[in-house]
Design a binder for this molecule. Structure first.
Ligand code: ZN
Length: 420
């Protein structure tokens, strides 16, 4: 039986840091309230304020009110935040993994743990204000009131400001756990970052990912090894590739792109195919929840009505339906971008393999099943040509991130890949 940190693959340093903090937090709860009712946690939090460099004498021993989990997608930012939340709510204060505190936190039913998963492209100010307000209440379980914000880099500026106020003057038993790709000012405002302790996660090595797929998911070792390499350190993606035939087919189609680029027309066709595949994948991922939400709202509103106030109720209902449609559209856009980005990461892996082979570097390929194609590409394009193509893929990702219309960015990339 592993504890709550068992799911964190290849993150020994971060886990050690979180274990120390959880132990310190548990000691805090056991300690008598100090004179004047002042919380020791405030002193500890102040100790870390404005200290972005290496921590002083006793790094990571303390507990504080606000944390940022950073790392590349799939490194386990939200897994780490949830595990830490469980350790804080654990009745033994360790994150044993089996007590009610651990269990309800990990299954998302703990009354004092709130998880914000932005569905659209950003987290709005109203959502954040409501959250901050609820987070200020005393924890019902007597331990900690915890707010986990996934993709904190998608906070709007106003939402960030609402959050900052709460982090600057945190209620004594409230803990904020933010997840973001990095602490770069593009991802997290400098002022929020300065109030938080950072837990850096690294891209787990393929061997560690494969090991957890075999041990926990019962996946055959050869499949696990292939999937872990192909997923480039993204644990969830590796698991999907190992288990889901449709995910494998989509990946195969993406990796077929380089050999299909035989002319301008083929480049535009490949761009259309990539965009449409991302749209189809995204649509499939949201169709069930969209339908369930619409049905639930229609049931809640009742079907029609003729009594007094019915006309006003109808107007209100129309507004709520419109709001729902807006939210669903935003979520669909996000799902499309995510699907397209996964495809671009796969494609980047292919050209990276070509570079490695052109340079005869003693490094394992990302995509073992297309290694011979990458090798042929390496001979044809040489290292420089392969690098230019890799850069075209990375530029496409950056352009979409900067809100260039995906079709425009992908068409430009396909043309660049064809021309070299
Ligand atoms: Zn526990």
């Amino acid at each position: 039986m592993t504890d709550v940190f068992g799911d964190l693959v290849g993150q020994d340093e971060a886990v050690a840091m979180l274990r120390r903090a959880a132990a310190s937090a548990a000691a805090q709860l056991r300690a008598p309230v100090t004179a004047g009712g002042h919380d020791d946690l405030d002193a500890l939090a102040e100790e870390y304020d404005g200290d972005p460099g290496p921590a002083p004498a006793d790094p990571g021993a303390g507990m504080t009110h606000a944390w940022i989990f950073t790392g590349p997608p799939g490194s386990g930012r939200s897994v780490a935040a949830r595990a830490f939340a469980a350790a804080l709510e654990c009745v033994h204060g360790t994150g044993c993994g089996s007590c009610p505190g651990c269990h309800t936190t990990l299954t998302g039913t703990h009354a004092d743990v709130r998880l914000v998963v932005p569905e659209g492209l950003s987290i709005g100010v109203n959502e954040m204000r409501a959250l901050v307000l609820r987070a200020a209440s005393a924890p019902s379980g007597g331990r900690w009131q915890i707010v986990i914000i996934e993709d904190a880099d998608r906070l709007t500026e106003a939402a960030g400001n609402a959050l900052l106020k709460a982090i600057e003057e945190p209620p004594p038993r409230t803990v904020f756990l933010l997840c973001a790709p990095s602490t770069h000012p593009d991802d997290i405002s400098v002022t929020i970052r300065s109030r938080c302790r950072v837990v850096p996660l690294r891209q787990p090595p393929p061997a560690a990912v494969a090991e957890v797929l075999v041990r926990r998911d019962g996946i055959a070792p050869d499949v696990a090894e292939w999937a872990a390499a192909a997923a480039q350190g993204h644990v969830g993606r590796a698991r999907r590739l190992a288990r889901d035939p449709e995910a494998r087919q989509r990946r195969d189609a993406v990796l077929a792109v380089p050999r299909r680029l035989t002319g301008v027309g083929a480049a535009f066709d490949a761009a259309s195919a990539l965009i449409e595949a991302a749209e189809a994948e995204a649509a499939a991922s949201v169709v069930e929840i969209d339908e369930a939400e619409r049905t639930a709202l229609q049931t809640a509103l009742g079907a029609g009505g003729t009594g007094r106030g019915a006309a006003g109720a109808m107007r209100g209902a129309a507004g709520q339906l419109k709001d729902l449609e807006k939210r669903q559209k935003s979520r669909a856009t996000r799902a499309q971008r995510d699907a397209l980005d996964r495809a671009l990461v796969d494609l980047a892996g292919f050209y990276r393999d070509a570079i490695v082979m052109a340079l005869r570097a003693p490094v394992a390929p990302v995509h073992t099943d297309t290694a011979s194609l990458a090798s042929a590409g390496a001979q044809k394009w040489d290292a420089e040509g392969s690098l230019r193509r890799l850069e075209a893929v990375l530029e496409c990702r950056a352009a979409i991130e900067a809100n260039v219309k995906p079709r425009i960015a992908v068409e430009a990339m396909m043309l660049a890949l064809w021309r070299g």
